[in-house]
Design a binder for this molecule. Structure first.
Ligand SMILES: N[C@@H](CCC(=O)N[C@@H](CS)C(=O)NCC(=O)O)C(=O)O
Length: 205
């Protein structure tokens, strides 16, 4: 069925948050399957996702893994949504830059940093990663739009991927909210973002 998605995740703040928000933007009903922490490494879930990580999803009978790939797949199923740019769009290079920047260059270290501070991962990671993360966010802040979305007036999946990273920077204390307020507040105002709870931990100050 193309009107709903089954989504495996720990809750509202792991990487399933990106998929949940995007799915709601696409008008899908999200059937959440809560994976309890630790269960991701048990045989049952490993059959769903061999690396024992969330998110995973099932959409229209297709099993999906990797948060960025799931988001991309869903957008490609609904080209009329405008959430992903097509091959003939002259802005495609910029669009892909934002998607990959968020999902690879920025995301990995900030997730490790956040989990290290929460003692989910070794606490030694946080101080090692902090200088590099601060440097990257400093560069990012100057690149983010102060008016509109990454693709100007057009909200896209690039904003979903970037929104996840930026909120992690803010909630982890390496990125002051006020430095990204024009961009982040625009994302936080979207009804589907609110329904997904992705920004619930962001303190506006
Ligand atoms: N690149 C993967 C990363 C998945 C990932 O590491 N997920 C985390 C939660 S955000 C996880 O499941 N961690 C549990 C573990 O590594 O045991 C994706 O984007 O889907």
């Amino acid at each position: 069925m193309k009107d709903r998605i089954t989504l495996y995740g720990f809750g509202h703040s792991d990487r399933s948050a990106k998929v949940r928000w995007l799915s709601l933007e696409l008008g899908l009903q999200v059937d959440d399957v809560k994976v309890t922490f630790g269960e991701q490494h048990q045989d049952g879930y490993r059959e769903v996702n061999p690396f024992g990580v969330v998110p995973s999803a099932v959409f229209d009978g297709v099993h999906l893994k990797e948060s960025g790939a799931i988001c991309d797949y869903l957008c490609q199923q609904f080209p009329e949504s405008g959430l992903r740019l097509g091959a003939d769009d002259p802005r495609l290079g910029d669009f892909l830059y934002w998607c990959y920047l968020a999902n690879t260059h920025l995301e990995s270290d900030i997730v490790t940093y956040a989990l290290s501070r929460m003692n989910v991962l070794d606490a030694q990671f946080a101080p090692l990663l902090k200088p590099q993360i601060i440097k990257r966010f400093d560069i990012l802040v100057d690149l983010l739009p102060t008016d509109g979305y990454l693709m100007g007036d057009q909200f896209t999946v690039a904003d979903v991927l970037m929104g996840y990273v930026v909120q992690l920077g803010v909630t982890s204390g390496v990125l002051p909210y006020k430095r990204v307020a024009p961009y982040l507040s625009l994302l936080m105002a979207r009804p589907c973002a609110q329904a997904s709870h992705i920004f619930d931990k962001v303190r506006v100050s």
